[in-house]
Design a protein around this ligand. Structure first.
Ligand SMILES: [Fe+2]
Length: 139
């Protein structure tokens, strides 16, 4: 069996903000675990757990991120919040479709595409502003 991780974390994924990068790695870990089970044809069995973990972890992470964006005075907070809201809704629909069609790859592909783009493109947009803010805080 191929044991390579679906998403390999590397420096290009990093925002430079410790708590954000740590949580992003947690999210990637859940996606990689779902991929691991899908490869063993056990994805459907794990789908419910993966959805529950992604749902609660996303909420925790989005609250962390949005609080930081607000505190740092990031100008595009509302746009970024909209992206987060879309994920919560789309994740529910894709997971439901996955359950209905007995195909865990639908949910897995969606998670991989959404999160890789979000981490590497969308979250990089605030990295400088929030990074400067976080660096200015007392340790
Ligand atoms: Fe984000």
């Amino acid at each position: 069996m191929n044991h390579a991780l679906l998403i390999q974390w590397s420096d290009v994924n990093s925002s430079g903000i410790p708590i954000i990068d740590d949580q992003h790695q947690g999210i990637v870990s859940v996606i990689n675990s779902l991929a691991y089970f899908v490869r063993q044809n056990k994805g459907e069995y794990f789908l419910n757990t993966a959805f529950a973990m992604m749902d609660s972890y996303s909420k925790l992470h989005f609250t962390t991120e949005e609080d930081l964006l607000r505190a740092a005075g990031y100008a595009h907070l509302a746009d970024h919040q909209r992206l987060h809201g879309n994920l919560v809704r789309e994740s529910f629909f894709k997971a439901s479709e996955s359950f209905r069609l007995h195909d865990p790859r639908i949910y897995l592909d969606f998670l991989k595409n959404w999160w890789v783009d979000h981490i590497n493109v969308q979250d990089q947009k605030f990295a400088e502003t929030v990074g400067r803010y976080v660096a200015s805080l007392p340790s």
